[in-house]
Design a protein around this ligand. Structure first.
Ligand code: NAD
Length: 255
């Protein structure tokens, strides 16, 4: 009898951090399901990853319940199991302008994608994750813990995600563990389907302001996902892990 390979589902996995996580797990021999709403990015993934047997790409908007239900059903039929679900899809641009001018629809869209999307993904994957005694990892942000001006909707969505995660951990244990990751500045330029017309290289000061000496990479986040979904993390649930090169521990009072 052939042993089934483990299966990980990653939302927003056709670009950026999610694509980095997909590449990391494909390299480790996992079967990977990517859900993303961006058809162009999905097409680019198909060309970039020459591993069609172990990769399923599904165009899905995680904020739409019928799409999530059907994508999860397709993923489980393909993979015959589900071991881990990374809710990473997000509207990653935090700036929504001054609160007085913030349209309800703009606020609502960030909550719908960044927070409600993670709820829907948990709702439909949990029955399968229970069977495998699997894991949920939600992608929050250091912006759940600290802010720049004009980021109310994004910050609220990510703060909600950390709270959703510890609530899930209480409801689903001991069958399923649930943790969140809060990345700081992660340079995703190598994993973008839509490259900016004039890419700006990172400066020395971009790197050196970090206590770690550099800006983060998708692999930094992927390595934490790999730890969290592994048996080595069997005593870890309901937690939020900050991966920011030390920036949220840095005193920044001006002289
Ligand atoms: P990105 O924009 O490069 O990638 C996000 C992906 O999510 C895209 O492929 C996009 O198509 C997809 N997506 C967006 N809305 C979707 C929807 N409704 N349904 C399905 N897919 C959807 O962003 P990124 O920088 O890789 O960020 C990934 C996650 O990490 C986000 O949740 C973001 O908030 C978080 N994050 C990123 C950073 C960073 O510095 N890059 C820092 C903290 C947190």
């Amino acid at each position: 009898m052939t042993q089934q390979l483990p299966v990980i589902l990653i939302t927003g996995g056709a670009q950026g951090i999610g694509k980095g996580i997909a590449a990391y797990f494909l390299n480790k021999g996992w079967r990977v399901v990517v859900l993303d709403r961006d058809a162009e990015a999905i097409k680019a993934c198909r060309q970039d990853f020459d591993n069609p047997d172990n990769l399923l790409l599904i165009e899905t908007d995680v904020s739409r319940e019928p799409e999530v239900a059907s994508a999860v059903a397709e993923a489980v039929q393909w993979g015959e199991r589900l071991d881990a679900m990374v809710s990473n899809a997000g509207i990653a641009d935090p700036d929504t302008g001054p609160i007085e001018a913030l349209e309800l629809a703009q606020w609502q869209r960030r909550i719908d994608v960044n927070l409600t999307g993670a709820f829907l993904m948990a709702k439909y994957t949990v029955p399968h994750l229970r069977q495998s005694r699997g894991n949920i990892v939600n992608m929050a942000s250091t912006r759940a813990l600290q802010s720049e001006p004009h980021s109310e909707a994004y910050a609220a969505s990510k703060g909600g995600l950390i709270a959703l995660t510890h609530a899930l951990a209480m409801s689903l244990g001991p069958d399923v563990r649930a943790n969140s990751i809060s990345p700081g500045w992660i340079d995703v330029s190598a994993w973008q389907a839509h490259a900016p017309s004039e890419p700006q290289p990172l400066s020395d000061s971009d790197h050196n302001q970090h206590p770690s000496g550099r800006v983060g990479k998708p692999d930094d986040v992927a390595a934490m996902v790999a730890y969290l979904v592994s048996p080595e993390a069997g005593f870890v649930t309901g937690q939020n892990f900050v991966i920011d090169g030390g920036m949220t521990r840095k005193m920044i009072y001006e002289e």
